[in-house]
Design a protein around this ligand. Structure first.
Ligand code: AR6
Length: 169
């Protein structure tokens, strides 16, 4: 398993699956969620609505998978991270579970290349470094080993944090 980090827009990544930092409604929002739905078109929302009608959205710390519409990826995995409150409301455990559920779905769908954004670190205000440590540790410790995991950072600060954690220049 190769783990890498890039600075850029996750909607441009040609992975088997890109991960979305969604919310429990699965109906879209701002941040990376807005970018993915804008770039991918209506097909992604249609798939989300079907899942919503069947299971009533997606709980915090869980993930669901849809097609990727017009995106270069094949699938979008919509993960719901926690809103940061005070760090004592199970935020770390819930963030870890969200990453882990993405890898569970990757395993069941035979996904070999998966790209993650920095879930919960934008609108949900999870501290960037703590979130990155959880993301990297969860990927390293999960039973499923895809061929390639790409952490896609959208800001220089997150990029530097992942570079340091992964020991790359
Ligand atoms: N490519 C990669 N990363 C991005 C992109 C992009 N195009 N755009 C933003 N980011 P956020 P959250 C980064 O706020 O904190 C939505 O409204 C961003 O810089 O997108 O989990 C949802 O519907 C940050 O590092 O997600 C939820 O309601 C990271 O993606 C809520 O926001 C996550 O920031 C979820 O909040």
């Amino acid at each position: 398993m190769e783990i890498s980090v890039i600075l850029g827009d996750i909607t441009k990544i040609k992975a088997d699956a890109i991960v979305n930092a969604a919310n429990t409604s699965l109906l879209g929002g701002g941040g990376v969620d807005g970018a993915i739905h804008r770039a991918g078109g209506k097909a992604i929302l249609d798939d989300c609505v079907k899942i919503r009608n069947k299971q009533g959205g997606c709980a915090v710390g869980e993930a669901v998978i849809t097609g990727a519409g017009e995106l270069p990826a094949q699938y979008v995995i919509h993960a719901v991270g926690p809103v940061w409150k005070n760090g004592r409301s199970q935020e770390p455990e819930l963030l870890q579970r969200a990453y882990s559920r993405c890898l569970d779905l990757a395993a069941t769908h035979g996904i070999q290349v998966i790209a993650f954004p920095c879930i919960s670190t934008g609108i949900y205000r999870f501290p960037k470094k703590e979130a990155a440590i959880i993301a990297v540790n969860t990927v390293r410790q999960h039973a499923y080993k895809p061929a390639r995991v790409i952490f896609v950072c959208f800001d220089q600060e997150s990029y530097a944090i992942y570079q340091a954690l992964l020991g790359v220049q």
